[in-house]
Design a protein around this ligand. Structure first.
Ligand code: KIV
Ligand code: NA
Length: 265
C-alpha cells in the first residue's frame, strides 16, 4: 500500500479532490479508519475528552499523546498520521515547541504535528518547520483557548476576528504549514480563506467549501448521544447498539443462557 504523504495532501487541493480526515486514539479504530480509505488520521488532543473523560483538552500530557500516537501508528498502513501538540508544550517558547515535536516524531513514528494558533506562535512554527517536521495549523475555535473564549460558540463572526483569521491563514501558508484546520467559523469565511491560500483547508463546522473535512470519530459513530452540535453528522448510533448488546450480555449471564453448550470446552 502506498503511504499518503503531505505532498499527496497538498496535491489533492490542486486536483480538486476532497480530503477526508478522522481522529483515532487507539490501534483498533485507527485500523478501521485507515482501511476505509481516510487520507489523514488525527491523533487529536480530543483524546482528553473522549478517551480520558476530561471536560476540556487542556489536561492531556505529551507522554499521553505519544502513547495514543504509538497505538494509532501501528494501525495506520496508508493514512498520514498527524498528532496534536497538547496545551502547554509549544506556546511558551520555540525551543520547547521543537523539543515536543521531536519527541512525538521520534517516539511515535507519526508523520506530522498539529498546533493551535497563528501569529502568536509564529516562531514556534518556524522552528518546527525548519527541523523538517510537517506542520498542520488550526484556527477558529481552538479548544485549548476555551477559557479565554468562555464558550464553544462560533468564532470569527465579527470583522476584526475574521480579518485576523485570514491573516493567520496566510501566515501559516508562508511559514510552510502543509495544511490547516478551521474549526467552527462561518462557511463564507472558510470559503474565502480556502480560495485565498494554496495549502488545503480542512473544516470542522466550517462549511462545504473547505478542501477537506474532519470529525471526531466517536462523534460520527454516535458513541455519545449527549453531544450533538449541528456540524456533527452521526453515521451510526453506536451508543444505542452497544447499550443494547451489553444489556443482552448481562441478561444472558444472569439467566445462565451464556455460555451455551457450543461456547464451552
Ligand atoms: O483534537 C481534535 O479532535 C481536533 C479536531 C477536532 C480538529 O483538533
Ligand atoms: Na485538537
Amino acid at each position: 500500500i502506498k503511504r499518503i504523504t503531505t505532498e499527496t495532501i497538498r496535491n489533492m487541493k490542486f486536483q480538486g479532490e476532497k480530503i477526508s480526515m478522522l481522529t483515532a486514539y487507539d490501534f483498533t479504530i485507527a485500523s478501521l479508519v485507515d482501511a476505509a480509505g481516510t487520507e489523514i488520521i488525527l491523533v487529536g488532543d480530543s483524546a482528553a475528552n473522549v478517551m480520558a473523560g476530561h471536560e476540556t483538552t487542556l489536561p492531556i500530557t505529551l507522554d499521553q499523546m505519544i502513547y495514543h500516537a504509538q497505538c494509532v501508528v501501528r494501525g495506520a498502513k496508508r493514512a498520514l498520521v498527524v498528532v496534536d501538540l497538547p496545551f502547554g508544550t509549544y506556546q511558551s517558547d520555540p525551543q520547547k515547541a521543537l523539543e515536543s515535536s521531536v519527541r512525538i516524531m521520534k517516539e511515535s513514528g507519526a508523520h506530522a504535528i498539529k498546533l493551535e494558533g497563528g501569529k502568536e506562535i509564529e516562531e514556534s512554527i518556524r522552528r518546527i518547520v525548519n527541523a523538517g517536521i510537517p506542520v498542520m495549523g488550526h484556527l477558529g475555535l481552538t479548544p485549548q483557548s476555551i477559557y479565554q473564549f468562555g464558550s464553544y460558540k462560533v468564532r470569527a463572526k465579527e470583522d476584526e476576528e475574521a480579518e485576523k483569521l485570514i491573516n493567520d491563514a496566510k501566515l501559516l501558508e508562508e511559514l510552510g504549514c502543509f495544511s490547516l484546520v478551521m474549526e467552527k467559523i462561518p462557511a463564507d469565511l472558510a470559503s474565502k480563506v480556502t480560495a485565498a491560500i494554496n495549502i488545503p483547508t480542512i473544516g470542522i463546522g466550517a462549511g462545504s467549501n473547505c478542501d477537506g473535512q474532519v470529525l471526531v470519530v466517536h462523534d460520527m459513530l454516535g458513541l455519545n448521544n449527549e453531544f450533538k452540535p449541528k456540524f456533527v453528522r452521526k453515521y451510526l448510533n453506536l451508543e444505542d447498539q452497544i447499550h443494547q448488546a451489553i444489556g443482552q450480555y448481562v441478561t444472558d449471564v444472569k439467566s445462565g443462557n451464556f455460555p451455551n453448550a457450543n461456547e464451552q470446552y
